[in-house]
Design a protein around this ligand. Structure first.
Ligand SMILES: C[S@@+](CC[C@H](N)C(=O)[O-])C[C@H]1O[C@@H](n2cnc3c(N)ncnc32)[C@H](O)[C@@H]1O
Length: 239
């Protein structure tokens, strides 16, 4: 079974890829049900941050079904590339891009966050939505984001987190241990995927701990913006 902190190279990455391949068609529906559609608002928050930066080249890592890449495609004169290890998630994303008539501005490629196929300093914006906690080697993935950003580039990460307030934490645990498994058992054909997603959310070093990891790989000016009582967090950092 896939474990959040699994280190062996072939196993975790391959299993993550297979898991997202298997849930690709239900991913958008379940994401909406499990976050009460809040994920759309948080992704819109990323777009608002991005617009102010006026990027010309943006990379959305772990793009999945491409919600963030599609949002970024609305920024004028901004070319967006989305990469993901799951071909099936990308295939759902490509259909959405076509429906939104964004094929000229947004392209999707198979690619690994930990070995990006782009030259140093190519992008002025890198975004990662609900992706970093799935990386095999978190620091390696963040170093790659750092490498492909130009000297004035910005990284924006959206990731699940556990509320720090003890009362909110109690309700968060209650919610994630009851509502999410029930919804997964009704709507998903792969319940173990949602167990992994829950366990990895709890195991992930969020808030100040993640901010320190960003600083340790070289990022500066790290801003931490908790969302919905700290159940998700947006991190903004510059190179
Ligand atoms: C929870 S989904 C997030 C999708 C999308 N960004 C969103 O916000 O809805 C996580 C995605 O990360 C991808 N992923 C996991 N590890 C990756 C890696 N090393 N490189 C690229 N993508 C990866 C998975 O295939 C999956 O599509």
């Amino acid at each position: 079974m896939l474990k959040p902190n699994q280190k062996s190279e072939s196993s975790k990455k391959n299993q993550v890829e297979k898991m997202f391949d298997s849930i690709s068609f239900e991913y958008d529906l379940l994401n909406g049900i499990m976050t009460f559609n809040s994920h759309k608002r948080w992704k819109k928050n990323i777009l608002d941050i991005a617009k102010k930066l006026k990027p010309k080249n943006a990379l959305d890592i772990a793009t999945g079904t491409a919600d963030i890449a599609i949002n970024l495609g609305s920024i004028s004169n901004c070319k967006v590339v989305g990469v993901d290890i799951s071909e099936q998630m990308l295939s759902v994303g490509r259909e959405k891009i076509s429906k939104n008539k964004l094929d000229e501005m947004v392209s999707l490629e198979t690619g690994d966050a930990e070995n990006l196929n782009f030259k140093d300093g190519y992008f002025d914006l890198v975004t990662i939505g609900f992706g970093v906690r799935n990386f095999q080697d978190l620091e390696k993935g963040l170093k790659e984001s750092y490498r492909v950003l130009n000297d004035t580039g910005t990284l924006v990460i959206l990731e699940t987190s556990v509320p720090e307030n003890i009362i909110m934490k109690f309700f968060y645990s209650l919610f994630t241990r009851t509502y999410i498994p029930i919804m997964a058992s009704i709507f998903s054909k792969d319940k173990s995927a949602y167990n992994y997603l829950l366990n990895s959310a709890e195991a992930f070093p969020s808030g100040i701990r993640f901010s320190n990891i960003l600083k340790s790989v070289g990022f500066e000016n790290v801003i931490v913006k908790p969302k919905l009582f700290g159940s998700s967090t947006i991190y903004i950092a510059t190179k």
